[in-house]
Design a binder for this molecule. Structure first.
Ligand code: NAP
Length: 341
């Protein structure tokens, strides 16, 4: 069986996912797309055979030739399309965030619990990255002992003018929060945010007055382990994702990237990816390959759930408050429904 997919939002990431799902991922095809910008949607559809352009997201969700939905529109629209997909009884893959407020993510949880089985997966693709998976397996093996600290560095060469200081938390560090919860098998219970003197590259760009970059976050967890997140989004040298878990007996760290290391002129150099696509392309491929296989076969979904989407959004809200107040802010999650046990 080929899973017929409808994609809502054909901007930057939507186009990449259409490309993936209409040829690269086994057992999947894209049959329907829509975008606010109809001209763009038509142009994207024209690159492939067999894709119909629909007037809006609801038309995609309810189309007879659509088995499952991928939501890649702007974040504030996600709740509406995820709820409509659940109402239609169709699987929905929603790019992060699941929704922009914790209250909205709880409405999605309520609808999915009422449906009675998981239909929603959220696009936290780091869980599909081979290096993070090896890191998790190493922790599970017990060789480094119980995890005590996770140091997570999230570095971008630059960001666009629309990027605000809150986005360092809700758009950037959110990936570090999700992967930390998954690696440490823990919930986040509190957060503090501090900022050193700002990087001049961030301040000098258009819209830079508002930016505090880097940010340093100290994040508490339910196991007592501490997560330290550093976001540096104007660091110029590359898109560099750092990570090290410090345990009672040893540590496990993400290795440097690059297929080769050059030794010359008294130095060793390895390549640093230029952007998130270069760093996480194969993680996105694996994410959709596993999602399509699970949805098609009816196996239970194992990817990030509505609960994970809720937890991430709740942590981000606390992080924004911590940034604004300079105070520690607690994260109090509701009781976890059995569906997500
Ligand atoms: P983008 O380039 O702005 O694309 C979003 C597209 O959705 C735009 O073409 C927009 O049209 C369209 N759109 C907005 N509201 C719509 C609606 N109600 N119905 C149909 N189309 C609608 O943004 P992006 O960078 O692709 O990001 C999209 C989502 O993916 C965001 O939630 C983002 O956080 C997420 N994302 C995740 C990752 C990751 O690492 N997992 C990476 C990148 C992005 P208009 O511009 O005309 O409004």
């Amino acid at each position: 069986m080929t899973l017929r997919i409808g994609v809502i939002g054909t901007g930057m990431i939507g186009q990449q996912h259409v490309e993936r799902l209409h040829g690269l991922v086994p057992g999947a095809t894209v049959t329907a797309i829509t975008d606010h910008n109809e001209t763009l949607a038509k142009e994207v559809a024209s690159r492939y055979d067999g894709i119909t352009v629909h007037p809006d997201g609801h038309s995609v969700i309810n189309a007879d030739d659509v088995d499952a939905i991928v939501v890649t529109s702007w974040g504030p629209t996600h709740e509406e399309f995820v709820l409509a997909s659940i109402a239609a009884g169709k699987h929905v893959f929603c790019e992060k965030p699941l929704a922009t407020t914790a209250e909205a993510t709880l409405r999605i949880i309520e609808a999915e619990v009422a449906h009675g089985s998981r239909l929603v997966q959220v696009g936290y693709m780091r869980r599909y990255d081979a290096a993070y998976r090896e890191m998790k397996a190493t922790i599970a093996s017990g060789v480094i002992g119980a995890p005590l600290v996770f140091m997570s560095g999230h570095r971008n060469p630059d960001v666009p003018a629309i990027y605000t200081r809150e986005m360092a938390i809700v758009d950037t560090a959110v990936h570090d929060f999700d992967v930390a919860r998954w690696l440490l098998d823990a919930e986040i219970t509190g957060i503090r945010v501090i900022a050193p003197r700002s990087n001049r590259h961030g301040l000098d760009r258009e819209g830079g007055d508002d930016l505090q970059d880097p940010l340093l976050m100290t994040v508490e967890t339910s196991t007592g382990a501490i997560i330290h997140v550093e976001t540096s989004v104007n660091i110029r040298y590359g898109y560099d994702i750092r990570g090290e878990v410090i345990g009672e007996d040893g540590t496990v760290a993400l290795a440097d990237r690059g297929l080769t290391a050059v030794r010359a002129n008294g130095a060793v150099s390895v390549q640093v990816p230029g952007d998130f696509q270069a760093r996480f392309r194969s993680a996105f491929d694996t994410e959709f390959t596993e999602w399509v296989a699970q949805v098609s076969s009816g196996e239970p979904l194992t990817g990030p759930s509505s609960w994970d989407g809720y937890a991430a959004t709740a942590v981000c809200a606390a992080g924004v408050q911590a940034l604004q107040t300079g105070e520690r802010v607690g994260v109090d999650l509701v009781e976890k429904p059995a569906l997500y046990a």
